[in-house]
Design a protein around this ligand. Sequence first.
Ligand code: NAP
Length: 253
Amino acid sequence: MSDRGVLVVTGGSRGIGAATARLAAVAGYAVLVNYAENASAAEVVANAIRADGGRAETVRGDVGTQEGVAAIFASADRMGRLAVLVNNAGVVDHPARVADMSWARLDRMFRINTLGSIACAREAVRRLSTAQGGKGGAIVNVSSAAAKLGSPDQYVDYASAKGAIDTFTVGLAKEVAAEGIRVCAVRPGIIDTEIHASGGLPDRVRDMTPGLPMRRPGTAEEVARAILWLASDEASYSTGAILDVSGARAVLP
Ligand code: NAP
């Protein structure tokens, strides 16, 4: 397998992150699989990569805390030269109107989905920037179609936290474009993962499928393929780019 350096995927233990970890290993990256709680799920992903002859480690760390972010990058540093950060970890909450949202909910939503991604990107830039002795690399943020839809009566807070990721992607891309770092994002639509159940809607994918333009949800692998392409040299002139992976859901600005 070729040595492309280390790819860190936050929230790599399940869903889109797990698919990204598996495809990244096939592409020749040494993969750091981050998770928050579910150590056994992370080990399943890492063990599958190792069984196929790839390199993978796991690290527990809540991206919504300074300690968590520090733990992730300490592990990444032990693995070798950072090449790619995939800011994938994210959470939703139960459907609610803004008028009913608690401070604790808003704090969690923005701490994990927005601050966590920005703090991880900060650590990546410090390691990748050619202006700071690095060799360059890529950051791929995982936004959401919700950033465009706004998600009224469901989770405007989540949509807003992802909207901030879109703006962050554009701003950071411009800031580090001359330092060998590309910064892109994907905006997934309805993807069949466990995140919907975690938001109290286990049947959300099934219920929404008839109304989706392609009459089916996306798979985690379909999003992962877009992430890996944006991270690769094939996308060498794409930076500040935000790719809809939504089966035509929410493709208007
Ligand atoms: P998922 O199946 O619920 O998996 C979430 C992953 O994130 C798990 O590995 C989880 O780790 C990890 N995680 C959660 N909170 C974390 C934290 N504070 N620190 C570190 N890791 C944390 O989610 P998914 O559907 O794959 O979503 C991945 C990303 O895609 C998210 O950013 C989400 O907002 C975005 N997205 C998803 C969809 C969709 O329809 N699925 C659509 C648009 C955007 P544990 O296993 O330890 O809990």
